[in-house]
Design a protein around this ligand. Structure first.
Ligand code: F0G
Length: 457
């Protein structure tokens, strides 16, 4: 087979700023060993997130000019609504300024003390919004998903038996919603199978629990289903996506991922009463129902992006380019999550840095080493992001200590990715010199964004 090429030409470019390792060492110290606090101009290759960082297409930029900024009833809204309908077939479409705004609205209505929200794995903002309402978020990831080094086709699946058990134990009346995250971001960008979604839906229906999809990366998930699940090889991705949404009562989506938009999101659902309640909150927190938290031009960009993302040449290139980086690292002995995820490569920092105890955040230590060595910005998905403290103020660590290298969509070329692999392999070869970190300042919620750290001497 010939090389799978980027299915686009480049019309407009942005400069990358170069720096030396010595400069980056000082920058890291000033940023308290937290790359969220580094100015992006000091980053060479920014793999902090695939969210809002996509390159928009010339069609999307043309849509930006077409955007109609009427306060109410803008044609841009109706184009947006119809693009969301095309994929989800959900009649109530509520635009928000980004994914977490949809979550905030949904969980303000459904959450509260004594309630449980069940999931394969909740993303951090989703969990934070659930907890902020007083409720509890429960991850019921399948066993395969808990072993980064062992490949399996659908490591994002929810554990159906655990789901049934939890419902029986706590009572369906205390469970307002089950949420399946596709792909499972915090669990390694791993896909969920159609069968798993179908079975989850059946369990939820039997107990009258609505099923929602956290749909940020629905197209990547649908493409994995096409590649890996029996019976889907010849189906168009759009059809697969539609089937996936057909099992759900609603969804939240951050359009900053699979809609190639720099901002935006939405809530879509079937239930009219719930939609009314959501729109009531929308009006006081985001805006009028036909623009939500967005400008008309953003609605256009999202509508076009939602259509472009189901293009199978694009998805083939997308999934292959992540796998390309993952394979290069694995061939050099770097412990990566297997198989590669849909939007990111995840390094198992616990396996790579066994000399750093989890209390000293091996993931964050690796993130800092990648920045210092090669100017690459990545993110820890481990105990800094998800760790909690017990009553004795001891860290309750996360199950996994991962470092995520999220690849922005349509932004970096193969030589950028080759450079990233070279830097990671160099860090891997010198891994014994990496030191652990300790937290010196932190916030109560989502502490990883602003935490200040220092090296353990
Ligand atoms: N759900 C998932 C699965 C996500 O990955 C994100 C964002 C959100 C919800 C929230 O969406 O950012 O638009 O408010 N993930 C980004 C990331 C931030 O880097 O993975 P948002």
């Amino acid at each position: 087979m010939k090389t799978i090429i980027e299915p686009f030409r480049i019309k407009s470019v942005e400069p990358i700023y170069f720096s030396t390792a010595a400069e980056r060492k000082a920058i890291l110290e000033e940023a308290f060993y937290n790359p969220f606090l580094i100015h992006s101009e000091n980053v060479l290759i920014d793999l902090l997130t695939d969210s809002g960082t996509s390159a928009m297409s010339s069609e999307q930029w043309a849509g930006i000019m077409r955007g109609d900024e009427s306060y109410a009833g803008s044609p841009s809204f109706f184009r947006f609504e119809s693009a969301v309908w095309e994929i989800t077939q959900m009649p109530h479409v509520i635009p928000t300024h980004q994914g977490r705004a949809s979550e905030k609205i949904l969980f303000s209505i459904l959450g509260g003390k004594g309630k449980y929200f069940l999931s394969n794995t909740l993303f951090d903002t989703t969990r934070a919004n659930i907890e902020f309402s007083g409720a509890e978020g429960i991850d019921l990831l399948c066993e395969e998903g808990k072993h980064p080094g062992i490949p399996a086709p659908f490591k994002g699946n929810i554990d159906i038996e655990a789901l049934k058990e939890f419902i029986n134990k706590k009572g369906a009346e205390n469970i307002p919603l089950c949420i399946i995250t596709v792909t499972n971001n915090s669990g390694g960008g791993q896909p969920v199978s159609m069968q798993n979604i179908r079975e989850t839906s059946a369990v939820c229906k039997a107990h009258n629990i609505p099923l929602f999809i956290d749909a940020c990366r629905f197209a990547e998930n649908a493409y994995f289903i096409k590649l890996r699940e029996d019976g889907y090889a010849d189906k168009p991705v759009k059809e697969i996506a539609r089937e996936l949404f057909s099992y759900a009562d609603g969804c939240t989506m951050s359009a900053k991922k699979d809609a190639f938009a720099n901002i935006g999101g939405f809530l879509a659902l079937h239930n009219e009463d719930l939609a009314k309640q959501c729109r009531n909150l929308l009006v006081i927190t985001e805006g009028f129902p036909t623009y939500g938290g967005l400008a008309g031009r953003d609605l256009e960009a999202i509508a076009i992006g939602l259509n472009e993302v189901t293009d199978e040449h694009y998805l083939q290139y997308r999934i292959r380019s992540i796998e390309y980086l993952s394979n290069k690292l694995a061939d050099a002995g770097v412990p990566v999550m297997k198989p590669a995820g849909g939007h990111a490569v995840y390094i198992d920092a616990k396996a790579m840095l066994p000399h750093i105890p989890v209390e000293q955040y091996p993931g964050q230590a690796l993130v800092c080493a990648l920045y210092e060595t090669g100017g690459i910005r990545s993110v820890e998905i481990g105990s800094l992001m998800f760790g909690k403290y017990n009553e004795q103020d001891q860290l309750i660590p996360a199950t996994l200590e991962l470092v995520r290298l999220a690849i922005p969509r349509r932004v970096y070329t193969q030589s950028h990715i080759d450079y990233v692999a070279e830097v990671i392999i160099e860090v891997f070869e010198n891994r014994d010199t990496i030191k652990g970190l300790q937290v010196i300042e932190e916030a109560a919620l989502l502490r990883h964004f602003t935490a200040k750290l220092k090296p353990v001497l």
